[in-house]
Design a protein around this ligand. Structure first.
Ligand SMILES: Cc1ncc(COP(=O)(O)O)c(C=O)c1O
Length: 425
């Protein structure tokens, strides 16, 4: 199956491509579904074929017209991973994708591939706790420093000021997490891409614009169409979708992806073929899952707004015209997703009482699976971020994060209502 319908040149939608693109059953005994290629190494047809494959894999020459990269060894490439990567690139409307052993493997490999001593990263904040740790503890000894500025409305201006403060010519990357974990703050991707172009005009160096698209992608947000260079996922979340694997993905333009993929080869941060196969299976239903989860989330967000124990709710589906966050939402998202953050009156004690009273929602970190989850960001996923820093992003002791799954909505509503009633003690 090609990306286009042969007879009419119509470009297929990613939901259709997720069922057939990048795999030819005839090359695998007619098996309609891709087999799991559980092999570490691949046999060459001839010594010359092996030589040619290695030349391409190590970037020693450009491919001839229509030449396949060729299978060598499963740390470099594997059919399950390649089919998955082709389908993700189709979702994201990018040239190429690479799969990883985890979201953090995707993020750290990308950073190591693209940053050098003396470089600066300007990042929106908050970001996922593991990414924060990488910025604060692992990159600085390598001479790579990050300035985090609050995400949300006007973040591009704060990023500009941060770039000037560190010497704009040293800014190698503008990193966004939008919506942010856990606050759901939306940062304007197109405005940050414009900032990258401005910095290039002024300094001769274009910072790479990287978007962590875990919360809304690949279904509700397409950062590449807004000017982002690289899109990163924790595929553990919605793409995997069943809370039964850990994986990551990066997609983007061919030259940058070439650099990222070559670092993955040497760092060995790829997933195994079975995880690739599971992700292929999950990708077939990601659209239908995310849409249904978002439908339930809208109803639950409204229930939270209406409950007296709840002080505030952060959910893109509640934004109203006139709010600058709504304007960003309207421009760059096609749906609100299914992550809700809300604050209960009464701080951590009240939040813990609510968390301990759920029966259907599971008290667990992670998100994007078929089952609904709840957690306490300040003492769990973001425990390594100083509390006063978290407070500046609105993440405080009463904040709970929910990921809405596929249970029957009436059961979720009942469970949420009973748990909230426990907040008062
Ligand atoms: C937004 C975001 N990015 C990245 C990650 C890291 O992904 P993983 O746990 O797959 O390494 C997470 C994990 O929770 C996340 O929420």
């Amino acid at each position: 199956m090609d990306r286009k319908h042969k007879a009419t040149n119509h470009e297929y939608n990613p939901e259709t491509l997720a069922l057939g693109y990048g795999y030819d059953p005839i090359r695998s005994e007619g098996s309609v579904k891709p087999p799991i290629f559980l092999t570490s190494t691949f046999q060459f047809e001839s010594a010359d074929a092996g030589r040619r494959f290695f030349e391409l894999a190590y970037g020693l020459r450009e491919p001839d017209q229509g030449e396949d990269p060729g299978l060598i060894y499963s740390r470099l490439n594997n059919p399950n991973l390649q089919i998955l990567e082709d389908r993700i690139a189709a979702w994201d409307k990018t040239d190429k994708a690479a799969s990883f052993a985890s979201g953090m493997a995707a993020i750290s490999t990308t950073m190591l591939a693209l940053l050098r001593p003396g470089d600066h990263v300007i990042s929106s904040a908050p970001v996922y706790g593991g990414t924060h740790f990488l910025f604060e503890n692992i990159l600085p000894p390598l001479g790579i420093h990050t300035t985090q500025v609050p995400g949300g409305t006007g973040a591009e201006q704060r990023m500009r000021a941060a770039a000037d403060a560190v010497d704009a010519g040293s800014v190698a990357m503008l990193y966004l997490e939008t919506p942010a974990n856990p606050s759901n703050a939306l940062t304007d991707i197109a405005a940050v891409a414009t900032l990258a172009a401005t910095l290039e005009a002024e300094t001769g160096r274009r910072p790479v614009v990287v978007v962590d698209n875990t919360f809304l992608g690949p279904v509700f947000q397409r950062p590449a169409t807004l000017g982002a260079d690289l899109i990163i996922y924790s595929a553990t979340k919605f793409i995997g979708g069943h809370s039964d694997l850990v994986a990551g993905l990066v997609s983007g333009s061919a030259p940058v992806m070439q650099q990222v993929a070559s670092y993955r080869t040497i760092l060995g941060t790829m997933p195994n073929p079975f995880v690739g196969w599971l992700l292929l299976r999950s990708l077939e239903t990601v659209s239908i899952r995310m849409r249904r989860q978002a439908k339930s989330a809208r109803l639950l967000a409204q229930q939270l707004v209406d409950h007296p124990a709840v002080r505030q709710v952060w959910y893109p589906g509640l934004l109203q015209p006139g709010d600058p966050q709504f304007e960003i939402y309207h421009r760059q998202c096609t749906g609100p997703g299914s992550l809700i953050a809300f604050e209960v009156e009464g701080g951590q004690d009240a939040a813990y009482r609510v968390l301990d009273h759920f029966e259907v929602f599971r008290l667990a970190v992670s998100l994007g699976g078929t089952e609904s989850l709840v957690e306490h960001p300040m003492t769990m996923t973001h425990a390594d971020v100083p509390r006063d820093t978290l407070a500046t992003y609105g993440v405080n002791a009463g904040l709970i994060r929910m990921s809405i799954g596929l249970e029957h909505i009436s059961d979720l509503r009942r469970d949420l209502g009973c748990a909230l009633d426990a907040a008062a003690g």
